[in-house]
Design a protein around this ligand. Structure first.
Ligand code: SAM
Length: 280
């Protein structure tokens, strides 16, 4: 198979910036991503944005089946060529944002699936959250994202990158950054470096997730303020309620949002539960 740059040039493909088209050129990286995703011959994989089909091909080399959604029909002749030897790879030309959970369930016959994608940057976070919070969740999500976004996804308490998105992901699974990827391994070369994040989705037995998310959002609403200030200001709780809840979970009343772990937020939600409900 010729180099992907040559195929794209030969076919006169015109990159569409609007769709976040930066294709992986490094063959070793493609294999590494499939291995980071833990794909085996038992797996059915959903890929968003196959582009020229190079990652799709690497997934298809290992997985039972890969179904890819591509928004740009201009890629059809290139994808036909790249995937011609891979009968277990199927491409559906559709904006994935318009694919409902019910449609996905019907395409997959309600079976288990994993997500692997080099995501278009403009929809990274909403797409990842959609899979994590879906009624029809995959068992894992492995994505190439902008390095700064990856650092926010995996951050834990007390780090600068810790925030609402780190906690929203931690609520649904365990995220790890498996490798940093230089911008020079993409064509065209983007302005930022990337990283691969693997999220193993698991039920942590946490209840009232919506209340926890509401609490977390309020806790980070003004970063330099204390939790007491943020929660009283945003959720309309009294200072006494928040202070006694913090003391009850063994925290100081001067704590800030970024110092509490996921499970401390769960405990805080329990300590405040009647008050949060009252203010819904
Ligand atoms: N997977 C390829 C690779 O790794 O080389 C291409 C990745 S490129 C960063 C993102 C791809 O997603 C592009 O092919 C783009 O056309 C496609 N895309 C962008 N928005 C999309 C959407 N809403 N639904 C499906 N595909 C989309």
């Amino acid at each position: 198979m010729s180099d992907i740059k040559d195929i794209l040039k030969e076919s006169g493909f015109r990159f569409n910036k609007q769709f976040g088209q930066n294709f992986i050129t490094d063959v070793n990286l493609l294999g590494a991503m499939v291995s980071d995703a833990g794909i085996t011959g038992e797996d059915t994989v959903i890929e968003i944005g196959p582009g020229a089909g190079t990652l799709t091909r690497s997934i298809a080399n290992v997985a039972k089946k890969v179904i890819s959604f591509e928004i740009d029909r201009n890629l059809e002749p290139i994808l036909k060529r790249t995937l011609s030897d891979h009968g277990n790879a199927e491409v559906i030309f559709k904006d994935f944002q318009k694919v409902s959970d019910a449609e996905l369930r019907s395409i997959l016959d309600g079976g288990e699936y994993k997500v692997v994608a080099n995501l278009p940057y403009y929809i990274t976070t909403p797409l990842v959250m959609r899979f994590l919070e879906s009624e029809y969740k995959p068992s894992s999500v492995t994505v190439m994202v902008q390095k700064e976004v990856a650092e926010r996804f995996i951050a834990t308490e007390k780090s600068d990158n810790y925030g609402v998105i780190s906690l929203a992901i931690a609520l649904e699974g365990d995220a790890k950054l498996t490798r940093i990827v230089s911008r020079n391994l993409f064509y065209p070369v983007p302005n930022v470096d990337s990283a691969i994040v693997n999220i193993e989705i698991r039920d942590k037995g946490i209840e009232d997730k919506e209340d926890i998310k509401k609490l977390v959002k309020a806790a980070f609403s003004m970063r330099r303020k204390t939790l007491v200030n943020n929660l009283t200001h945003t959720l309309g709780l009294t200072r006494e309620d928040v202070e006694s809840a913090l003391l009850a979970i063994g925290k100081d009343v001067r704590e800030r949002g970024e110092t509490l772990s996921l499970y401390e937020y769960v405990a805080l939600k329990d300590a405040l539960s009647s008050k949060i409900c009252r203010n819904k």
